[in-house]
Write a protein that binds this ligand. Structure first.
Ligand code: KET
Length: 411
């Protein structure tokens, strides 16, 4: 017994932390014993049968890998699998990108999107002169935590207008226009989470001009390439516009959603520089960020991705499977919209079919969400976001019933 710790534990004064606002929804869902329970919290793709999906092309790649006796389990280099890094940069910036051809891109393998964002944030905190990062309101809940913990100072810019359920473009331009020179700006490359609202290409062009004129540094979070439109190239347009002007930018990529590799934790961070020698020095510093964090990244997921990206036949199969996932999500939007219309649910629900990507930002408030969880066993984040990828034709009527009851009973 220690007099300073009367119950004998040095940890007895630790307070319980709250569950994560997104992953905690799954924890609550798992505890629910109701047979009609439905998890629309985390952004994870489900089949029409409500099951997780391993892409056929991923199974094929894994078979090739396990059947190859020359493969070993040695450590990867600190920056990860070289082939994977090259192919990832090509995927987001385009095969014909001058930045790649001129060797101006430093790419490192990261622990999915989150880990790649974190590496970029730590690098900026150590080596970039401006420590302020602007993130949109709202944004993915992990963004402010990742950037703050890395040592950046987080500020916000207006993004979503709840009145129009669209982009607050004027507010966005005003806020970025008022940002200090050199500030970092976090941009969702496509399929903005949680709102499902993206700028048009014309708006992106205006954002680009404003940011470049003020020397603001773009940091793209690309977690949904291919999931928005079904086309990998179309979903990378925003990023490619910024690279085409010859300026610098960062991009964090995730293969969680578009290849369904959630638990494999595979992603990449690229920093586009103005010259090859700068990129090579940047890469040398990225290694100093990575080595004390986790030494070097895991090999399996990156090998799957590289196997698929380098083989034209497998690449094509992937794009078809990706398009099928995107299309199923879009069809769920239409079905939910039609079902609410048929029920005569009060309100304008057209945003369900207008929004882009994995999520619908329904506009349901916290009380309505809590009601739907309690009475209908439907789990979603308290901001009213639902993962459209978690729905199926079988479960849409149940969700529509719940939404109808929530908006008619709770103001
Ligand atoms: N960025 C965005 C915008 C994003 O929505 C996610 C994940 C990530 C990055 C990181 O994903 P990773 O698995 O590290 O590659 N979003 C879903 C899952 C989560 O919250 O972790 C979600 O919003 O449900």
């Amino acid at each position: 017994m220690n007099s300073q710790h009367p119950d004998g534990s040095v940890f007895s004064n630790i307070v319980r932390a709250p569950e994560d606002p997104i992953l905690g929804v799954t924890v609550a869902y798992n505890k629910d014993t109701s047979p009609i329970k439905l998890n629309l919290g985390v952004g994870a793709y489900r089949t029409e049968e409500g099951k997780p999906l391993v892409l056929n092309v991923v199974r094929r790649a894994e078979q090739l890998l396990v059947n190859d006796p020359s493969r070993v389990k040695e450590y990867l280099p600190i920056v990860g699998l070289a082939e994977f890094n090259k192919l990832s940069a090509k995927l987001i910036f385009g095969a014909d990108s001058p930045a790649i051809q001129e060797n101006r891109v430093a790419t490192v393998q990261g622990l999915s999107g989150t880990g790649s964002l974190r590496i970029g944030a730590e690098f900026l905190a150590r080596h970039y002169y401006q420590h302020t990062i602007y993130i949109p309101v709202p944004t993915w809940g992990n963004h402010p935590k990742i950037f703050t913990i890395a040592g950046l100072s987080v500020k916000t810019y207006r993004y979503y207008d709840p009145e129009t359920r669209g982009l607050d473009f004027k507010g966005l331009l005003e806020d970025l226009g008022a940002a200090p020179t050199g500030a970092i700006v976090l941009l969702h490359a496509c399929a903005h989470n949680p709102t499902g609202v993206d700028p048009t290409l014309e708006q992106w062009e205006q954002i680009r001009q404003l940011m470049r004129s003020k020397g603001l540094l773009p940091f793209f979070d690309s977690a949904y390439q291919g999931f928005a439109s079904g086309s990998l190239d179309a979903d990378a347009q925003s990023v490619r516009m910024f690279v085409a002007d010859g300026g610098e930018c960062l991009a964090a990529q995730s293969y969680a959603k578009n290849m369904g590799l959630y638990g494999e934790r595979v992603g990449a961070l690229s920093i586009v520089c103005k010259a090859a020698d700068v990129a090579s020095r940047v890469e040398s510093q990225l290694k100093l960020v990575i080595r004390p964090m986790y030494s070097n990244p895991p090999i399996h997921g990156a090998s799957i991705v590289a196997t698929i990206l380098k083989d034209s036949d497998m690449y094509n199969e992937w794009t078809l499977e990706l398009k099928a996932m995107a299309d199923r999500i879009i069809s769920m939007r239409q079905l939910l919209f039609d079902t609410l219309r048929d029920r005569g649910t009060p309100g304008d629900w057209s945003h369900i079919i207008k929004q882009i990507g994995m999520f619908t930002f329904t506009g349901l408030n916290t009380e309505q969400v809590a009601f739907m969880t309690k009475e209908y066993h439907i789990y979603m984040t308290s901001d009213g976001r639902i993962s459209m990828a978690g729905l199926s034709s079988r479960t849409v009527p149940h969700l529509a019933d719940a939404i109808h009851a929530a908006v008619t009973r709770i103001p």
